[in-house]
Design a protein around this ligand. Structure first.
Ligand code: ZN
Length: 244
């Protein structure tokens, strides 16, 4: 009977330890999850900055085209008045050619102006879309962070209770069998869970086969036995075999 009590004490300690591990694991991951979400918003902000830069660059280029057109038109006016000051036919024609060349440039620059203007409109559309997405993402992340932080606080609260529960279970096991508690701690450092049921003639922790003789001894609770392959504490669970 006392062996059974010891095993039960180990089982209860393990139950609390597993829940502590689970909650601590969750709380360890939460800051990282929050960081990842924040980074995805940062990436969107970078994209938005890039689009804004692109827009400014295009505006600069478009306005440059406008300045060019004005300059060409001024040059054309000058050439036109120059025509009055020449007497030779060749000179006159040369100026006319020059005017034609400038008019072509005006046309080209005007076309480029329109193309850039359209591109700017397109980028502005993308910027508006990105801003809306960013706003939505920001709202979602605020909600996410709040939820996660609340979850963390709840887990902390549960953990506080579990830590004192664990202390009680440890004291109990210590009083029953301090060597067993130390062995439990040693196994737990390497393997968790520490206790493994025998399922289908194998250790449920590592699935190594357990000799029939050993199974009998475990069933009869002659001692506390350990898996020879993974060194977990093995125990007999009535259900695990009779259900088959
Ligand atoms: Zn094992």
């Amino acid at each position: 009977m006392s062996l059974l009590r010891k095993l039960k004490a180990v089982e209860r300690l393990q139950e609390v330890d597993l829940e502590i591990d689970r909650l601590e694991g969750l709380n360890e991951k939460i800051p990282q999850q929050i960081e990842e979400e924040k980074q995805s918003v940062e990436a969107m902000k970078d994209q938005l900055d890039e689009l804004e830069e692109q827009r400014l660059e295009q505006i600069k280029r478009r306005d440059g085209k406008e300045v060019d057109v004005k300059q060409y038109e001024k040059d054309i006016e000058k050439k036109k008045s120059d025509r009055f000051n020449v007497s030779k036919q060749e000179q006159y024609e040369a100026i006319n050619e020059e005017i034609e060349r400038l008019e072509k440039k005006v046309e080209e620059a005007s076309e480029q102006y329109l193309v850039l203007d359209e591109e700017i409109e397109q980028v502005e559309g993308e910027i508006a879309e990105m801003k809306a997405r960013l706003q939505e993402a920001q709202g979602e992340i605020d909600k996410f962070v709040k939820e996660r932080e609340e979850q963390m606080a709840k887990n902390e609260e549960k953990l506080e209770k579990l830590y004192s529960e664990r202390e009680k279970h440890r004291e109990k096991l210590e009083s029953l069998d301090s060597g067993l508690l130390r062995r439990y701690d040693r196994i737990k450092k390497k393997k968790t869970p520490v206790l493994a049921a025998i399922v289908d003639h194998t250790c449920d922790g590592c699935h190594a086969r357990i000799p029939a003789q050993r199974i009998n001894e475990v069933r009869q609770l002659k001692d506390i036995y350990y898996c020879e392959s993974c060194s977990r504490m093995i125990y007999w669970q009535e259900k695990s075999e009779t259900d088959k």
